[in-house]
Design a protein around this ligand. Structure first.
Ligand code: CP
Length: 350
């Protein structure tokens, strides 16, 4: 799905679906703008603008930060969700709509485009068949049929989260005089969770680290936990272009050795999508992938983070999460600032 489209007023406009659709310099400009907005939060860039926030899944941070961010810039947010009374939607092209759905995404996207200036979409996978889920049908249906910019608020990737993460890394690298991200070692570690979770944050973390010049290590229990080929290929391509490497490691000590950043996330193994009982048997053997002090001692005093929500003492120990190297709260706060910068880049008053 291309991220450029024609607005119904005729101008060219751009979606924000994935960081891979943007050059590093464009993303950096948004992060720089977000840092300026963090220093001076109120403005008029979204005066008279409305954003529709379509939530097909739960949220604490995304919902709050988009709503507050729009308000701080003079805009307004409308939250829509099936539990909040929205009509059930159909997303399949050519569907015979004789089931539960009362409205097709085509009409919903087109009509919301007549009321609103941006549409944000959160739609997690169905967790039944990865070959279907990886098509990201709901986001792509809105991107295709909306005539205003669409922002991915987490589907099978989570680009806003990883922009906030990169901003937090740059802030802390600068404050601690650690230099640039280029050439530093970024470890994305799988961690245990009692349920099989979405790969979205892991996919986006891998891509943003690769784009910003890190040497990237994906630490996961077995080959079955390697991420989707689309994101592995994109990260590998970006690492190569930056003269860096992407490696997949199953050895915990090797992965943590000399790491500068440890990013923790749990996800379900893709080959088991829809057949989770055997995956759980494997997953249950790897509870020791928890991020703890012993592992962190092997690193180069690495910064550690997580997108939240996070199960304490299952994914990361209290000692590490509440310690001085954890930047998860900065990352969560930066969702607000970076999304303001993204909304401004897409539709802001200049
Ligand atoms: N990290 C994140 O997207 O949080 P929510 O699911 O609470 O929005």
């Amino acid at each position: 799905m291309t991220n450029w489209k024609q607005h119904h007023h005729g101008d060219l406009m751009r979606h924000f679906l994935n960081t891979s659709d943007y050059a590093r310099a464009e993303l950096q400009a948004m992060i720089d703008e977000a840092r300026a907005m963090k220093a001076s939060p109120l403005g008029t860039a979204l005066q008279g603008k409305t954003i529709a926030l379509l939530f097909l899944n739960n949220s604490l941070r995304t919902r709050t930060s988009f709503d507050v961010g729009a308000q701080q810039l003079g805009g307004h947010a409308v939250v829509l969700s099936p539990s909040g009374g929205m009509w059930p939607l159909e997303f399949e092209e050519g569907a015979i709509m004789d089931g539960e759905a009362e409205e097709h995404a085509k009409e919903a996207a087109a009509v919301l485009s007549r009321y609103c200036d941006i549409i944000g979409v959160r739609a997690f996978p169905k967790f039944e068949n990865w070959e279907e889920d990886r098509k990201d049908k709901i986001l792509n249906a809105f991107a295709r049929h909306a005539s205003v910019p669409v922002i991915n608020m987490e589907t099978i990737t989570h680009p806003c989260q990883e922009m906030a993460h990169m901003m937090a890394l740059q802030e802390r690298f600068e404050a601690d005089e650690l230099g640039k991200t280029d050439g530093k070692k970024f470890v994305l570690t799988w961690t245990y969770h009692p349920k099989p979770l979405n790969t979205a944050v892991a996919n986006s973390a891998l891509m943003i680290a690769a784009k910003f010049g890190f040497d990237v290590t994906l630490l996961c229990p077995t080959e079955e936990y390697v991420l989707d080929r689309r994101y592995m290929e994109q990260a590998s391509k970006d690492c190569k272009a930056n003269g860096r490497s992407l490696s997949v490691v199953h050895d915990i000590d090797a992965a943590y050795a000399d790491a500068d950043v440890v990013y923790a996330k749990s996800w379900g193994a893709l080959p088991y999508f829809g057949d989770w009982a055997p995956e759980k048997e494997i997953r249950d053997q790897y509870k020791h992938f928890i991020v703890d002090e012993e592992k962190m001692q092997k690193t180069n005093n690495a910064l550690v983070s997580h997108c939240l929500p996070m199960r304490r003492n299952v994914k990361i120990t209290d000692a590490v999460f509440d310690g001085p190297t954890c930047i998860a709260y900065e990352e969560a706060e930066n969702r607000l600032h970076v999304q303001k910068a993204i909304m401004t880049a897409l539709v802001g008053n200049r």
